[in-house]
Ligand binder design. Structure first.
Ligand SMILES: NC(=O)c1ccc[n+]([C@@H]2O[C@H](COP(=O)([O-])OP(=O)(O)OC[C@H]3O[C@@H](n4cnc5c(N)ncnc54)[C@H](O)[C@@H]3O)[C@@H](O)[C@H]2O)c1
Length: 430
């Protein structure tokens, strides 16, 4: 089948490479010329394990072509997948302008009977407005579907090849049949639903995961005031099958390219339909205030930041990615600088992106070596659980007689060992 994926960001480029690997003829289309030029050379402009190898392989086979030209990529394609960004506005509304721009551009080249799939995360009702936008540019008949994406950055290739489910949102049996055929090699359960259910399922999935993170953070706060230990509470509640012991991450709150944005968009959507007094609006509020509250607690433990050297280890929003979107470092570092600390940032993959996003700032430097970044520090933040960060022996950097704070933002370090070595250990609810 010939397939075109519009938007070759995280989702689009993985989707295009995976469908090409199933024997389809795939076009990856983007308006960003530099990105397309880089992809043509087999270079993925972001770090995602396994993606570059897959991409180069499929390009060599001739099954995957990248272009900026709608006239080249749209005619002849049976399925067109829109995977452009949908960032949220400051008010939390999903910005659909990229989706509508893609719809407008593709409409001029559309063949009769093509299926246009919206994979970007969009609020319920968007399929109708995108259809209207396409109809303004074409007289041919076409079909619409909503196929949300559930991959996680850092394991995007594995997730796309082994999805827990494929959700197909459509109204027409022929559309379902064709999309089922396209997704058949994934051998995943297929959930066939209305477009609105597919769209809401995507938001509901991320809002639920964000709820678990927020919930366990609130439990961790209670642990700190009661002498309980959140790890023990998790073990104790996890035996109940309705709860489970998976996906409990006490920490600095949720970040990344999806959870904060999707919760905000769901909160905004709820407000728009008159249901704003709900969990999603509260979730967003709690997550926004999480880092300032924790930083105040750590500041008390450190006895203030003025004139202190602080190492911030882990700048991306999570391990195995160099994506800085809504990374905790972007909130933690400005607070430290504002309070008078000098900060050294370290990340095994995201240093370049961090420099771009954080920019040049007084008292902020970077190191490509974890050891160099943390040596002599008054406080070390193990912010993200990259294996080298949680595997490092911080006892080696302990300086006798000096007050040194060790912040274990993901509860991954050995508290007893660090305390025995003389560190002032700050974890989450332990
Ligand atoms: N990143 C994730 O982990 C993830 C997971 C699931 C769902 N999603 C959703 O998937 C969508 C895409 O996310 P992403 O992280 O891949 O975004 P991204 O920002 O990484 O990539 C979007 C791409 O779309 C391109 N683009 C914008 N307008 C275009 C146009 N008119 N024509 C062609 N290309 C255009 C941009 O140049 C960019 O390369 C979003 O709706 C997001 O919420 C993302």
């Amino acid at each position: 089948m010939r397939v075109t994926v519009i938007g070759t960001g995280f989702v689009g480029v993985v989707t295009a490479a995976v469908f090409a690997s199933f024997g389809n003829e795939v076009y990856g289309l983007d308006i960003d010329e530099a990105k397309v030029a880089s992809l043509r050379e087999g270079k993925v402009p972001f770090y995602e394990p396994g993606l570059e190898e897959l991409l180069i392989g499929e390009q060599k086979k001739g099954s995957l072509t990248f272009t900026t030209d709608y006239a080249e990529a749209i005619p002849g394609s049976e399925v067109i997948i829109i995977a452009v960004g949908t960032p949220s506005t400051p008010e939390g509304e999903a910005d659909l302008s990229y989706v509508y721009a893609a719809a407008k551009s593709l409409s001029k080249h559309l063949d009769e009977g093509t299926i246009v799939v919206v994979k970007s995360t969009v609020p319920p009702g968007t399929l109708d407005t995108v259809e209207t936008a396409i109809k303004e540019g074409t007289k041919v008949g076409f079909h619409m579907a909503s196929v949300p994406e559930f991959l996680r950055e850092g394991s995007a290739v594995i997730d796309t090849l082994n999805p827990s489910r494929v959700v197909l949102g459509a109204t027409d049996q022929e559309v379902f049949a064709k999309l089922e055929f396209l997704h058949a090699p994934l051998q995943a359960p297929v959930v066939k639903v209305s477009p609105e259910s597919a769209q809401l399922a995507k938001y509901a999935a991320n809002a639920y995961l964000a709820t678990r993170i927020t919930f366990i953070n609130q439990v961790a706060d209670l642990c700190e005031h009661s002498g309980a230990n959140v790890d023990e509470v998790i073990e104790a509640i996890g035996y109940d099958e309705r709860i489970g012991n998976h996906y409990w991450y006490p920490g600095f709150g949720y970040g990344g390219s999806c959870f904060p944005k999707d919760v905000k968009e769901l909160a905004y959507y709820s407000r728009e339909i008159g249901l704003g007094h709900n969990l999603f609006n509260k979730l967003n509020e709690l997550n926004e205030e999480r880092i300032p509250l924790i930083m105040a607690k750590i500041e008390r433990a450190a006895g203030g930041w003025a004139g202190k050297k602080v190492a911030v280890l882990g700048l991306a929003f999570k391990p195995n990615t160099d994506d800085m979107r809504e990374a905790p470092s972007l909130k933690v570092i400005p607070i430290l600088l504002e309070k008078g600390a000098s900060v050294v940032g370290y990340d095994p993959r995201a240093l370049d992106n961090a420099k771009k996003v954080l920019g040049e700032r007084e008292n902020l430097s970077y190191s490509a070596s974890l050891k160099e970044a943390a040596a002599g520090a008054d406080a070390i933040f193990a912010l993200i659980e990259w294996p080298d960060i949680v595997g490092f022996d911080y006892v080696l950097l302990r300086e006798e007689g000096k007050a040194q704070v060790m912040v274990d933002a993901r509860n991954q370090l050995d508290k007893s060992k660090l305390e025995a070595a003389g560190y002032i250990y700050v974890g989450i609810g332990r």
